[in-house]
Design a binder for this molecule. Structure first.
Ligand SMILES: C[S@@+](CC[C@H](N)C(=O)[O-])C[C@H]1O[C@@H](n2cnc3c(N)ncnc32)[C@H](O)[C@@H]1O
Length: 348
Protein backbone atom coordinates (compact mmCIF):
# COMPACT_ATOMS: atom_id res chain seq x y z
CA UNK A 1 0.00 0.00 0.00
CA UNK A 2 1.41 3.41 -0.88
CA UNK A 3 2.11 5.78 2.00
CA UNK A 4 -0.58 8.22 0.78
CA UNK A 5 -3.11 5.40 0.65
CA UNK A 6 -2.15 4.29 4.18
CA UNK A 7 -2.39 7.84 5.55
CA UNK A 8 -5.77 8.41 3.83
CA UNK A 9 -7.16 5.22 5.42
CA UNK A 10 -5.77 6.11 8.85
CA UNK A 11 -7.20 9.68 8.57
CA UNK A 12 -10.68 8.60 7.43
CA UNK A 13 -10.91 6.04 10.25
CA UNK A 14 -9.68 8.61 12.77
CA UNK A 15 -11.92 11.53 11.83
CA UNK A 16 -14.94 9.23 11.36
CA UNK A 17 -14.18 7.82 14.85
CA UNK A 18 -14.29 4.31 13.36
CA UNK A 19 -10.83 3.44 14.80
CA UNK A 20 -8.82 5.09 17.59
CA UNK A 21 -5.23 4.82 18.83
CA UNK A 22 -4.05 3.55 15.42
CA UNK A 23 -1.94 6.44 14.09
CA UNK A 24 1.27 4.72 15.21
CA UNK A 25 1.27 3.19 11.72
CA UNK A 26 2.19 6.58 10.23
CA UNK A 27 3.55 8.52 13.23
CA UNK A 28 7.20 7.43 12.92
CA UNK A 29 7.44 8.32 9.25
CA UNK A 30 7.99 11.62 7.46
CA UNK A 31 10.03 13.19 10.22
CA UNK A 32 8.06 11.53 13.01
CA UNK A 33 10.94 9.22 13.93
CA UNK A 34 13.25 12.22 14.42
CA UNK A 35 10.68 14.01 16.62
CA UNK A 36 10.24 10.84 18.70
CA UNK A 37 14.00 10.62 19.13
CA UNK A 38 14.15 14.31 20.18
CA UNK A 39 11.41 13.62 22.74
CA UNK A 40 13.32 10.67 24.24
CA UNK A 41 16.33 12.98 24.69
CA UNK A 42 14.34 16.04 25.83
CA UNK A 43 12.33 14.40 28.64
CA UNK A 44 14.53 12.82 31.31
CA UNK A 45 11.38 11.52 33.02
CA UNK A 46 10.56 9.42 29.95
CA UNK A 47 11.94 6.36 31.70
CA UNK A 48 10.75 3.80 29.06
CA UNK A 49 13.63 4.82 26.76
CA UNK A 50 16.63 5.44 29.05
CA UNK A 51 15.30 2.97 31.61
CA UNK A 52 15.08 0.12 29.11
CA UNK A 53 18.64 0.79 27.84
CA UNK A 54 19.86 0.52 31.46
CA UNK A 55 17.75 -2.55 32.19
CA UNK A 56 19.08 -4.33 29.10
CA UNK A 57 22.70 -3.40 29.70
CA UNK A 58 22.66 -4.35 33.43
CA UNK A 59 21.08 -7.72 32.56
CA UNK A 60 22.75 -8.25 29.19
CA UNK A 61 24.78 -11.32 30.18
CA UNK A 62 21.87 -12.85 32.10
CA UNK A 63 19.46 -12.30 29.18
CA UNK A 64 22.01 -13.65 26.68
CA UNK A 65 22.50 -16.58 29.07
CA UNK A 66 18.90 -17.63 28.37
CA UNK A 67 19.53 -17.55 24.61
CA UNK A 68 22.88 -19.36 24.14
CA UNK A 69 21.41 -21.87 21.63
CA UNK A 70 19.86 -19.19 19.40
CA UNK A 71 20.91 -19.24 15.72
CA UNK A 72 18.41 -16.73 14.24
CA UNK A 73 17.65 -13.32 15.78
CA UNK A 74 14.47 -11.62 14.52
CA UNK A 75 14.40 -7.95 15.57
CA UNK A 76 10.96 -6.35 15.24
CA UNK A 77 10.79 -2.53 15.25
CA UNK A 78 14.54 -1.86 15.71
CA UNK A 79 13.77 1.87 15.44
CA UNK A 80 16.58 4.41 15.06
CA UNK A 81 20.24 3.28 15.23
CA UNK A 82 20.54 5.09 18.58
CA UNK A 83 18.00 2.62 20.00
CA UNK A 84 19.00 -0.62 18.28
CA UNK A 85 22.72 -0.06 18.96
CA UNK A 86 22.04 0.20 22.69
CA UNK A 87 19.18 -2.28 23.10
CA UNK A 88 19.20 -5.50 21.02
CA UNK A 89 22.65 -5.22 19.38
CA UNK A 90 24.78 -5.69 22.56
CA UNK A 91 22.82 -8.89 23.32
CA UNK A 92 23.26 -10.23 19.77
CA UNK A 93 27.04 -9.96 20.24
CA UNK A 94 26.70 -12.31 23.23
CA UNK A 95 25.00 -15.12 21.27
CA UNK A 96 27.76 -17.60 20.30
CA UNK A 97 25.64 -19.64 17.87
CA UNK A 98 24.03 -16.70 16.04
CA UNK A 99 24.14 -17.21 12.25
CA UNK A 100 21.29 -15.07 10.89
CA UNK A 101 19.58 -11.76 11.68
CA UNK A 102 16.22 -10.60 10.28
CA UNK A 103 14.96 -7.01 10.73
CA UNK A 104 11.24 -6.13 10.45
CA UNK A 105 10.09 -2.51 10.63
CA UNK A 106 7.39 -0.42 8.99
CA UNK A 107 10.16 2.09 8.31
CA UNK A 108 12.71 1.08 5.65
CA UNK A 109 15.01 3.81 7.01
CA UNK A 110 15.15 2.17 10.45
CA UNK A 111 15.96 -1.21 8.86
CA UNK A 112 18.81 0.40 6.93
CA UNK A 113 20.08 2.09 10.10
CA UNK A 114 20.04 -1.26 11.96
CA UNK A 115 21.93 -2.96 9.10
CA UNK A 116 24.54 -0.21 9.43
CA UNK A 117 24.97 -0.95 13.13
CA UNK A 118 25.39 -4.70 12.48
CA UNK A 119 28.03 -3.99 9.83
CA UNK A 120 30.21 -2.23 12.43
CA UNK A 121 30.54 -5.35 14.59
CA UNK A 122 33.62 -7.46 13.87
CA UNK A 123 32.17 -10.21 16.10
CA UNK A 124 28.87 -10.34 14.21
CA UNK A 125 30.44 -9.91 10.77
CA UNK A 126 32.51 -13.04 11.49
CA UNK A 127 29.61 -15.02 12.96
CA UNK A 128 26.47 -13.91 11.04
CA UNK A 129 26.15 -15.37 7.53
CA UNK A 130 22.85 -13.72 6.54
CA UNK A 131 21.07 -10.44 7.30
CA UNK A 132 17.72 -9.72 5.69
CA UNK A 133 15.15 -6.99 6.31
CA UNK A 134 11.43 -6.57 5.74
CA UNK A 135 9.58 -3.27 5.44
CA UNK A 136 6.26 -4.61 6.68
CA UNK A 137 3.83 -5.10 9.53
CA UNK A 138 5.34 -7.81 11.74
CA UNK A 139 1.86 -9.22 12.34
CA UNK A 140 1.94 -10.45 8.73
CA UNK A 141 5.57 -11.62 8.79
CA UNK A 142 5.09 -15.10 10.25
CA UNK A 143 4.64 -16.66 6.80
CA UNK A 144 7.23 -14.41 5.12
CA UNK A 145 10.39 -14.62 7.25
CA UNK A 146 12.06 -18.00 6.59
CA UNK A 147 13.08 -20.11 9.61
CA UNK A 148 16.86 -20.25 10.04
CA UNK A 149 17.39 -22.46 13.10
CA UNK A 150 16.42 -21.74 16.69
CA UNK A 151 14.93 -18.24 16.75
CA UNK A 152 14.75 -15.39 19.26
CA UNK A 153 12.22 -12.63 18.49
CA UNK A 154 12.94 -9.23 20.03
CA UNK A 155 10.31 -6.49 20.51
CA UNK A 156 11.61 -3.64 22.62
CA UNK A 157 10.32 -0.15 23.36
CA UNK A 158 6.80 -1.26 24.24
CA UNK A 159 5.99 -2.08 20.61
CA UNK A 160 3.86 -5.06 21.70
CA UNK A 161 1.61 -2.65 23.63
CA UNK A 162 0.90 -0.24 20.76
CA UNK A 163 -2.61 -1.61 20.24
CA UNK A 164 -5.26 -0.04 18.02
CA UNK A 165 -8.84 0.59 19.12
CA UNK A 166 -8.03 -0.54 22.64
CA UNK A 167 -11.07 -0.15 24.91
CA UNK A 168 -10.96 2.33 27.81
CA UNK A 169 -13.02 0.21 30.22
CA UNK A 170 -11.05 -3.07 30.30
CA UNK A 171 -7.87 -4.84 29.11
CA UNK A 172 -7.70 -5.62 25.34
CA UNK A 173 -7.22 -9.37 25.81
CA UNK A 174 -8.00 -10.42 22.23
CA UNK A 175 -5.83 -7.78 20.52
CA UNK A 176 -2.93 -8.55 22.86
CA UNK A 177 -3.32 -12.25 22.03
CA UNK A 178 -3.06 -11.37 18.31
CA UNK A 179 0.20 -9.53 18.98
CA UNK A 180 1.54 -12.45 21.04
CA UNK A 181 0.42 -14.97 18.42
CA UNK A 182 2.26 -13.01 15.74
CA UNK A 183 5.39 -13.19 17.90
CA UNK A 184 4.86 -16.95 18.36
CA UNK A 185 4.50 -17.39 14.60
CA UNK A 186 7.93 -15.81 14.12
CA UNK A 187 9.53 -17.78 16.99
CA UNK A 188 8.31 -21.13 15.66
CA UNK A 189 7.72 -24.26 17.76
CA UNK A 190 11.10 -24.14 19.50
CA UNK A 191 12.08 -20.49 19.92
CA UNK A 192 12.09 -17.53 22.28
CA UNK A 193 10.29 -14.20 22.44
CA UNK A 194 11.76 -11.24 24.34
CA UNK A 195 9.30 -8.46 25.05
CA UNK A 196 10.27 -5.09 26.52
CA UNK A 197 7.25 -3.30 27.99
CA UNK A 198 6.16 -1.11 30.87
CA UNK A 199 4.04 -2.40 33.78
CA UNK A 200 3.83 0.97 35.58
CA UNK A 201 0.35 1.75 36.99
CA UNK A 202 1.23 5.04 38.79
CA UNK A 203 -0.50 8.15 37.36
CA UNK A 204 2.10 10.64 38.67
CA UNK A 205 5.13 9.07 37.03
CA UNK A 206 3.17 8.37 33.83
CA UNK A 207 2.13 12.02 33.74
CA UNK A 208 5.77 13.12 34.00
CA UNK A 209 6.88 10.56 31.41
CA UNK A 210 4.33 11.71 28.81
CA UNK A 211 4.61 15.46 29.34
CA UNK A 212 4.26 18.27 26.83
CA UNK A 213 7.65 17.52 25.25
CA UNK A 214 5.80 14.69 23.45
CA UNK A 215 3.41 17.22 21.86
CA UNK A 216 5.52 17.97 18.72
CA UNK A 217 5.62 14.22 17.83
CA UNK A 218 1.85 13.83 18.37
CA UNK A 219 0.90 17.08 16.58
CA UNK A 220 3.17 16.15 13.64
CA UNK A 221 0.74 13.31 12.89
CA UNK A 222 -1.83 15.98 11.85
CA UNK A 223 0.82 17.46 9.50
CA UNK A 224 1.45 14.01 7.97
CA UNK A 225 -2.35 13.68 7.52
CA UNK A 226 -2.67 17.12 5.89
CA UNK A 227 0.28 16.42 3.54
CA UNK A 228 -0.62 12.85 2.51
CA UNK A 229 -4.41 12.41 2.69
CA UNK A 230 -5.83 12.23 -0.83
CA UNK A 231 -8.75 14.59 -1.38
CA UNK A 232 -8.48 16.52 1.92
CA UNK A 233 -9.56 20.17 1.76
CA UNK A 234 -9.74 22.94 4.37
CA UNK A 235 -7.93 21.06 7.16
CA UNK A 236 -5.44 23.23 9.07
CA UNK A 237 -2.76 21.07 10.77
CA UNK A 238 -0.98 24.00 12.42
CA UNK A 239 0.36 22.80 15.82
CA UNK A 240 -1.35 25.75 17.58
CA UNK A 241 -4.72 24.27 16.62
CA UNK A 242 -4.23 21.28 18.92
CA UNK A 243 -3.27 20.47 22.53
CA UNK A 244 -1.62 17.19 23.48
CA UNK A 245 -3.18 15.47 26.52
CA UNK A 246 -2.35 12.12 28.13
CA UNK A 247 -5.07 10.29 30.07
CA UNK A 248 -4.46 7.28 32.34
CA UNK A 249 -7.27 4.69 32.26
CA UNK A 250 -6.40 2.27 35.06
CA UNK A 251 -9.20 -0.25 34.27
CA UNK A 252 -7.79 -0.58 30.76
CA UNK A 253 -4.11 -0.36 31.82
CA UNK A 254 -3.94 2.30 29.12
CA UNK A 255 -2.25 5.65 28.61
CA UNK A 256 -4.37 7.36 25.97
CA UNK A 257 -2.50 9.97 23.89
CA UNK A 258 -5.10 12.52 22.80
CA UNK A 259 -5.07 15.59 20.62
CA UNK A 260 -7.67 18.17 21.66
CA UNK A 261 -8.89 20.73 19.11
CA UNK A 262 -8.10 24.30 20.29
CA UNK A 263 -9.62 25.82 17.13
CA UNK A 264 -12.87 24.61 15.59
CA UNK A 265 -12.39 23.13 12.13
CA UNK A 266 -14.60 22.20 9.16
CA UNK A 267 -13.03 20.30 6.29
CA UNK A 268 -13.82 17.69 3.67
CA UNK A 269 -12.22 14.52 2.30
CA UNK A 270 -13.30 13.52 -1.20
CA UNK A 271 -13.06 9.74 -1.63
CA UNK A 272 -11.82 8.15 -4.89
CA UNK A 273 -15.46 7.47 -5.89
CA UNK A 274 -16.18 11.21 -5.65
CA UNK A 275 -18.13 10.92 -2.40
CA UNK A 276 -17.44 14.02 -0.26
CA UNK A 277 -17.18 13.42 3.49
CA UNK A 278 -17.76 16.48 5.68
CA UNK A 279 -16.05 16.82 9.04
CA UNK A 280 -16.65 19.39 11.81
CA UNK A 281 -14.71 19.48 15.07
CA UNK A 282 -15.33 22.00 17.81
CA UNK A 283 -12.96 23.44 20.41
CA UNK A 284 -12.50 20.79 23.13
CA UNK A 285 -13.24 17.82 20.85
CA UNK A 286 -10.55 15.15 21.24
CA UNK A 287 -9.14 12.33 19.14
CA UNK A 288 -7.31 9.35 20.67
CA UNK A 289 -4.18 9.19 18.50
CA UNK A 290 -2.13 6.42 20.13
CA UNK A 291 -2.47 4.07 23.09
CA UNK A 292 0.30 2.80 25.34
CA UNK A 293 -0.91 -0.25 27.20
CA UNK A 294 0.81 -0.95 30.54
CA UNK A 295 0.09 -4.63 31.16
CA UNK A 296 0.86 -6.40 34.43
CA UNK A 297 3.32 -9.29 33.83
CA UNK A 298 0.87 -11.90 35.16
CA UNK A 299 -1.62 -10.72 32.54
CA UNK A 300 0.97 -11.17 29.80
CA UNK A 301 1.88 -14.62 31.16
CA UNK A 302 -1.81 -15.60 31.16
CA UNK A 303 -2.45 -14.35 27.61
CA UNK A 304 0.84 -15.73 26.27
CA UNK A 305 -0.14 -19.12 27.68
CA UNK A 306 -3.15 -19.04 25.36
CA UNK A 307 -0.87 -18.38 22.35
CA UNK A 308 1.75 -21.10 22.79
CA UNK A 309 4.24 -19.09 24.83
CA UNK A 310 5.38 -19.81 28.39
CA UNK A 311 7.28 -17.48 30.69
CA UNK A 312 10.95 -18.46 30.98
CA UNK A 313 12.32 -15.44 32.81
CA UNK A 314 11.84 -11.75 33.56
CA UNK A 315 14.05 -8.76 34.44
CA UNK A 316 12.52 -5.66 36.11
CA UNK A 317 13.61 -2.16 37.09
CA UNK A 318 12.40 0.36 39.67
CA UNK A 319 10.03 2.07 37.20
CA UNK A 320 8.17 -1.15 36.39
CA UNK A 321 9.93 -1.78 33.07
CA UNK A 322 10.33 -5.45 32.25
CA UNK A 323 12.20 -7.61 29.78
CA UNK A 324 9.92 -10.64 29.67
CA UNK A 325 11.41 -13.80 28.14
CA UNK A 326 9.06 -16.45 26.78
CA UNK A 327 9.76 -19.89 25.34
CA UNK A 328 7.61 -21.52 22.68
CA UNK A 329 5.15 -24.06 24.11
CA UNK A 330 2.70 -26.37 22.35
CA UNK A 331 -0.19 -24.33 21.01
CA UNK A 332 -3.66 -25.23 22.25
CA UNK A 333 -5.71 -26.90 19.50
CA UNK A 334 -8.08 -24.33 18.02
CA UNK A 335 -11.50 -25.12 19.50
CA UNK A 336 -14.11 -24.46 16.81
CA UNK A 337 -17.76 -23.67 17.55
CA UNK A 338 -19.66 -26.80 18.71
CA UNK A 339 -20.96 -28.80 15.72
CA UNK A 340 -24.72 -28.34 15.24
CA UNK A 341 -25.41 -32.05 15.98
CA UNK A 342 -24.01 -31.83 19.53
CA UNK A 343 -25.83 -28.54 20.17
CA UNK A 344 -29.15 -30.31 19.68
CA UNK A 345 -28.67 -32.82 22.52
CA UNK A 346 -30.63 -31.46 25.50
CA UNK A 347 -29.66 -32.69 28.97
CA UNK A 348 -32.63 -34.30 30.78
C1 LIG B 1 8.03 2.37 20.01
S1 LIG B 1 9.19 2.29 18.71
C2 LIG B 1 10.42 1.28 19.41
C3 LIG B 1 11.72 1.45 18.69
C4 LIG B 1 12.89 0.75 19.39
N1 LIG B 1 12.72 -0.69 19.45
C5 LIG B 1 13.06 1.32 20.75
O1 LIG B 1 12.94 0.55 21.70
O2 LIG B 1 13.33 2.51 20.88
C6 LIG B 1 8.34 1.29 17.57
C7 LIG B 1 9.14 0.84 16.35
O3 LIG B 1 8.41 -0.21 15.76
C8 LIG B 1 8.06 0.09 14.40
N2 LIG B 1 6.70 -0.45 14.25
C9 LIG B 1 5.55 0.01 14.80
N3 LIG B 1 4.52 -0.83 14.52
C10 LIG B 1 5.05 -1.84 13.76
C11 LIG B 1 4.50 -3.01 13.13
N4 LIG B 1 3.21 -3.33 13.27
N5 LIG B 1 5.31 -3.82 12.44
C12 LIG B 1 6.64 -3.53 12.29
N6 LIG B 1 7.23 -2.42 12.85
C13 LIG B 1 6.45 -1.60 13.58
C14 LIG B 1 8.16 1.59 14.29
O4 LIG B 1 8.47 1.97 12.97
C15 LIG B 1 9.30 1.89 15.27
O5 LIG B 1 10.54 1.67 14.66
Amino acid sequence: MSFDKLVTKVALDLFARRVQGHTGEIAYQNGGGKLFEQFTHANRHYYPYHGEINLLSINRDAIAGNLQDVEHAIVVGPGPASSFSRKEYPILEKLPNLKAVSLIDLSADFNTQARGVLKQSRILCRRVKSVDDYEMDFRDAGTVVPAKGKAAVFLTGGLVTNLHNAPLNGFPDQDMQSMLSACRDLAGDDGYVILGYDTNQWHDSLDRAYDQSLAPFMKNIMKIIADHTTGIQGFDPHPNNFRYEMQWHKKASQVAHNLVFTKSQRFTITEPNGYVRNFAFDIGDELLMMSSIKPLPQKMTQLAGMCGLTTANGYFDQHGLVEHIFRSAPRHPVMGPPSTSTALIKLP
